[in-house]
Design a protein around this ligand. Structure first.
Ligand SMILES: *Cc1c(COP(=O)(O)O)cnc(C)c1O
Length: 411
């Protein structure tokens, strides 16, 4: 039997065709495929804007830059996430404050966040980064209310949940990353995630100011929009008179002038990065996006089968039922003797995985004073959690084999 990983990509002939066509086109990068993918993705999640970048971590970093996280700024996130959700705060010199998870949903516990906020003077915290862990959508309506009370921004880490949603208090479906409640949301197109582009990421938002900032920061802080230029036309064309930075009246004079900024001209206005994605990656991402809903449908069926197979089993401590709007990036159960099961499955070529080792107990974060028993729910969850194989090309036979081996281990 071939190895069964916990997640894997699905590349079709159509995907290969899309990439091959792009490779033969005029643009490998900075071409038309990027905006096309952005538009299609924004449309998929229901946001006004989308910015494609080189990976999910770069997306997070651009978000903290765009929100102007500074040295010492305190930002709240969950310990049960991939380290990048927290690291993006550190990239800007900010301080990561972990708040515990809800033991039933495994998501950042809003009550714990509220306790933190209430215990400190207004203005102590700058923002929060809830994570749609495993594909389960955070109730961002509730988080937004709390964030507004304390003047915080929200970055939704939606790497696990493109296509996921929650139902708001008006009974309306709110898609992950739709920009209704969070200021910014981010996605990853790493091959284990729903949509694969090799490496790749996306930021979605409905905030125009942030959107324009992100576009600039993605490519060295450079703008090619004439309306944003700060230097004078005279300077730009290389005229010997008035090559100083223009003041406001100089700018206005230049606009009235018939002389235009030359086509080569551009300005680096902020310290940005090269976090661009290539056109062929976007071609792959866009081709994959067409099958995204189909993929979630299959993931849901797999989740349902696991749920029914393990319902009432004594070795299972916790598993959520099939939840509406859950994108099922992961299917997590909590079990007794997790190490034994993990090893037994590996012996049988089944590569289950652990998501996640609590982030606050990584040696890097321990140096800031985080220690065991700081986050009891997260730590207890970590002792038992195991993510079972779930991906669209997992066959019924393979899943039956996984279920059989798990039952066999506990018999
Ligand atoms: C995958 C992932 C990231 C990082 O994405 P990359 O594309 O691998 O950089 C961030 N947060 C979460 C929750 C993830 O699962």
């Amino acid at each position: 039997m071939e190895a069964i990983p916990y997640g894997r990509q699905n590349i079709t002939d159509e995907d290969i065709q899309a990439v091959a066509e792009t490779l033969k086109s005029d643009y490998l990068t900075q071409g038309p495929r990027i905006a096309e993918f952005e538009e299609a993705f924004a449309d998929y999640v229901g946001s006004k804007y989308a910015v494609a970048v080189s990976n999910g971590t770069a997306a997070l970093h651009l978000c903290t830059l765009a929100l102007n996280v500074l040295e010492g700024d305190k930002v709240i996130t969950t310990p049960i996430t991939f380290a990048a959700s927290a690291n993006c705060v550190r990239y800007c010199g900010g301080e990561v404050i972990f708040a515990d998870i809800d033991p039933d949903t495994y998501l950042l516990d809003i009550d714990k966040v509220q306790e933190l906020l209430e215990a400190s003077p207004q203005g102590t915290y700058k923002g929060m980064i809830p994570v749609d862990f495993a594909g389960r959508a955070v109730d961002l309506e509730a988080f937004r209310k709390l964030a507004d009370d304390y003047d915080l921004w929200i970055i939704e880490d939606s790497c696990h949940a493109p296509g996921g949603y929650f139902i708001d208090s008006n009974g309306k479906q709110q898609n992950c990353g739709n920009g209704q409640f969070a200021d910014l949301a981010i996605f990853s197109f790493h091959p284990v995630k729903h949509i694969a582009s090799g490496e790749g990421g996306m930021i979605t938002t409905s905030n125009k100011v942030l959107y324009e900032k992100l576009l600039k920061l993605r490519t060295h802080g450079i703008t090619k929009f004439e309306s944003e230029y700060k230097n004078s036309v005279e300077f730009a064309v290389g005229s010997t008179q008035n090559s100083k930075l223009s003041d406001e009246s100089g700018l206005r004079k230049a606009r009235r002038n018939t002389q235009k900024y030359p086509a080569w001209y551009m300005e680096m206005q902020e310290l940005g990065y090269n976090y661009r994605i290539t056109d062929f990656q976007c071609a792959l991402g866009q081709s994959q996006l067409k099958r995204a809903d189909e993929g979630i449908e299959i993931r849901r069926e797999i989740a349902e089968l696991y749920f029914n197979a393990f319902k009432g089993k004594s070795f299972v401590k916790g598993q959520s039922g099939v939840v509406e709007g859950h994108a099922y990036h992961l299917y997590v159960i909590e079990v007794e003797d997790r190490l034994g099961l993990y090893n037994y499955l590996r012996e049988n070529n089944i590569y289950a995985q652990i998501h996640y080792i609590p982030c606050h107990l990584m040696p890097y974060y321990r140096q800031f004073g985080w220690k065991e028993e700081d986050m009891l729910n997260a730590e207890n969850y970590y002792k038992h959690c195991i993510s079972l194989p779930i991906y669209p090309t997992l066959t019924k036979e393979q899943q039956d084999f996984v279920i059989k081996k798990i039952n066999e281990y506990y018999e």
